[in-house]
Design a protein around this ligand. Structure first.
Ligand code: NAD
Length: 298
């Protein structure tokens, strides 16, 4: 069994540590928010008062932080992970961060003699609790091979996406496709209804026709159509508008640094911003329908 250092005990980090502990690993955890450490300690995490304390003697360190700026701070600052950990410690950043920050962290790790993996996840808080997250890993073969047995206790699927920052690349491109598909679904749902179609009849047709998609089958934005969809619970998140906006921002930042134009992603990013400005940021992202049909959520 491994000794694990964990930094970032929020909505995702806390339940992920629970699964590691249930599998018999020991976890020492740190967060800037005291209450997050206390909550995780109640589920078996050994509390740490600093990054240095969390990483001391760890076989593997995981970070689960909001954004690239937080990950850069935690790894690169004086008293951060690179200054505090032994170079024998394997480092895994599971935060969803921008491609360029992930490459910066890989380069800094390499210079300092660390093995580093970018390993963002998909599956949300439910997947973190159930231990069924999809991990998308970027890094060297030997590092991934060593991390896999530990990651398995938190995962349903593990993919080695490629070399440095490939995990972030996969996550960012996937979520961008999801956001654009969802915009298609909300527009289709509204148009079908304006044509006078029964939403369930349209759903039954589209879900076995060429308009089928993951957001159609899981997030159909009209109540009474898909069981357990966000529309069934007045658009309580789920996957929040704020998080989708963040992930699309990562796609647009990546597109800029790679010199590519993403017009549909830009449009959906604007639509999500509009919802956030109108106070819907914490609601499920399928509330995108509200931009077209103001009656929703009613
Ligand atoms: P969260 O805000 O709940 O948790 C992040 C934690 O990091 C917080 O407790 C915060 O206090 C802590 N933190 C911030 N700066 C820190 C620092 N300098 N040192 C130590 N701790 C610090 O966010 P979350 O929902 O757990 O998401 C974490 C990451 O996972 C994000 O990148 C998010 O995009 C990604 N993600 C989230 C979901 C989801 O459904 N919530 C799904 C997939 C991926």
């Amino acid at each position: 069994m491994a000794h694990i250092g964990w930094i970032g005990l929020g909505n995702m980090g806390h339940p992920m540590t629970k699964n590691l502990i249930a599998a018999g690993h020991t976890v020492t955890g740190y967060d800037v928010v005291e209450a997050a450490i206390t909550a995780a300690a109640e589920d078996g995490v050994t509390p740490a008062a600093s990054i240095a304390e969390a990483v001391a003697g760890a076989d593997v360190v995981f970070t689960m932080l909001p954004k690239g700026e937080h990950a850069r701070t935690v790894y690169l600052d004086a008293d951060g992970v690179f200054d505090s950990a032994e170079t024998s410690t394997l480092l895994v950043d599971s935060s969803t961060i921008d491609f360029d920050s992930a490459r910066t962290l890989h380069a800094a790790a390499r210079e300092r003699g660390f093995r580093f993996i970018d390993g963002p996840v998909s599956g949300g808080i439910g997947g973190a609790q159930a231990g069924t997250l999809t991990f998308m890993l970027g890094g060297a073969d030997d590092a991934i091979a060593d991390a896999k047995p530990i990651i398995e206790t938190m995962a349903g699927n593990i993919f080695h996406a490629g070399g440095e920052a490939a995990g972030q690349a996969a996550k960012i491109a996937n979520n961008m496709q999801l956001a654009i598909s969802l915009q298609g679904v909300v527009e289709g749902a509204v148009l079908a209804q304006k044509f006078g179609l029964d939403p369930k009849v349209f759903f039954d047709i589209a879900s076995v026709s060429s308009g089928d998609s993951w957001p159609l089958r899981n997030w159909y934005p009209v109540p009474g159509v898909v069981e357990n969809s966000p529309a069934e619970r007045e658009f309580a998140a789920g996957f929040s508008t704020m998080l989708m906006h963040k992930d699309l921002g990562l796609a647009l930042a990546g597109a800029e640094s790679q010199g590519v134009d993403l017009p549909a992603a830009s449009l959906v990013h604007e639509k999500l911003q509009q919802l956030i400005d109108d106070g819907w940021g914490d609601f499920d992202t399928s509330i995108l329908i509200r931009n077209i049909d103001e009656e929703t959520p009613g």
